[in-house]
Write a protein that binds this ligand. Structure first.
Ligand code: ZN
Length: 408
């Protein structure tokens, strides 16, 4: 298989675009057809490069003569109705594109950044149905879904952790929010940036340049009679402490944090300076999520698994499944077909780790147990680790063993 550098070399350099309006439309359309998540338009030394991010990986799309930079950028700016002559400062705008195939408007968030070769643009495609999605699309297994529903029925603090950044944490956050009727509650969010507008939800955008940060927002929010508060991200002690206080005063607080596992989140917050005795009573649930590749349903075929790999798989599955059932499992892999084409996998899926703060864990938080100690005990209390969740999904032929085991 060719790597991206070799593919790029094979792509012919286009001198002139016939019609910039058509060209830009086509770039949007093709990205949506292929389920890409982002379009990168980047001026390089010799040409303008167009790449898609799809299933987390980059795909080389086009190589244009640099003469085309300015018409394309102007076209994008016209579409989003922003100032055409501003190119020295980073900007964020939005384009609404009518997608013929699905007969609906798609929001495209555009972010520009000046670089040494010109303005680099990243366009994030925001699909309404996938962003505010239904439960099964999120792919929680029943055991985890039950835990989440129960946790959502109480006040307290709920944290979502997502890694890496393109794992679309906003999708899960908004799904959680959608469980609540905004007319029955006062819901406030502070986002960075606002990606989806939701009716009757008070959404604000972070503006560090005027000191409108998570901490200042949280402090003024207390006087806004809120029920549900969504803080985009916990980055510092002040925000963490205010979020804990809000949860302790009977608000449902939703937030995200940048760590790798559910139990590491607990440790991270304590390291940030949150008091363990406050944390243990404020925190209710931590959901950790990762995106992995989904096996192509069109060409999947049974896989012979090497004995040493099978041994590892069984070590993860024996504690949570019937031993005989585990021994009889069949796993699948992709073949290669027109549907999955050269991206190998058709789409992607989430795997999760859901940690519920029960009395045993409250005690461990108070005793400042390490993340590993917490994971060990949590597994005994039926927390599935992210690898176990992935392996269960491999057993259901949704993903492969390789994809699952690379999470270790
Ligand atoms: Zn296929």
């Amino acid at each position: 298989m060719l790597d991206n550098r070799q593919i790029l070399e094979k792509i012919e350099l286009k001198r002139n675009i016939w019609d910039v309006v058509d060209y830009v439309n086509n770039v949007f359309k093709m990205a949506l057809d292929r389920n890409a998540s982002d379009i990168h338009i980047e001026p390089t030394e010799k040409f303008l490069l167009i790449r898609y991010r799809q299933d987390g990986d980059f795909f080389m799309i086009d190589k244009l003569d640099k003469e085309n930079v300015s018409p394309i950028i102007t076209r994008l700016k016209v579409l989003s109705k922003v100032k055409i002559d501003e190119n020295k400062k980073p900007q964020d705008w939005k384009i609404v594109y009518f997608y013929d195939r699905d007969q609906k408007n798609i929001d495209i968030r555009v972010s520009t950044l000046p670089t040494s070769y010109g303005e680099k643009m990243v366009l994030r495609l925001l699909r309404p149905d996938e962003s505010l999605t239904s439960l099964d699309k999120l792919g929680f297994i029943d055991l985890n879904m039950g835990k989440i529903k129960k946790a959502l029925s109480s006040s307290y603090w709920i944290i979502l952790i997502a890694w890496p950044t393109w794992s679309w944490k906003s999708t899960t956050l908004f799904w959680i929010l959608k469980n609540f009727n905004p007319l029955d509650f006062n819901i406030s969010t502070l986002e960075d940036p606002i990606e989806y507008n939701i009716d009757f939800v008070n959404q604000s955008q972070v503006k560090p340049e005027i000191w409108f940060t998570f901490a200042t927002w949280l402090r003024s929010l207390v006087r806004q009679d809120p029920d549900i508060i969504m803080v985009w991200e916990i980055r510092d002690k002040e925000t963490a402490t205010l979020a804990v206080e809000a949860a302790l005063t009977w608000h449902l607080v939703l937030s995200t944090i940048h760590t790798n596992t559910a139990t590491a989140t607990v440790q991270r917050l304590i390291n940030m300076g949150v008091e363990p005795f406050l944390l243990s009573s404020a925190m209710r649930m931590v959901i950790s999520q990762r995106l992995i590749k989904r096996v192509c349903q069109n060409c999947k075929k049974p896989k012979d698994v090497a004995p040493h790999v099978l041994k590892t798989v069984r070590e993860y599955l024996y504690p949570i499944m019937d031993k005989q059932e585990v021994d009889n499992l069949i796993f699948y892999e992709w073949a290669w077909c027109d549907v999955c084409n050269w991206s190998w996998y058709k789409w992607r899926m989430w795997v999760h780790e859901v940690l519920i703060v029960e009395p045993y864990l409250e005690e461990m938080i108070l005793n400042r147990s390490t993340a590993n100690e917490m994971t060990d005990i949590a597994r005994k209390h039926w927390m599935l680790t992210i690898i176990q969740d992935a392996l269960i999904k491999s057993a259901m032929w949704q993903t492969t063993i390789e994809e699952s085991l690379q999470l270790i």
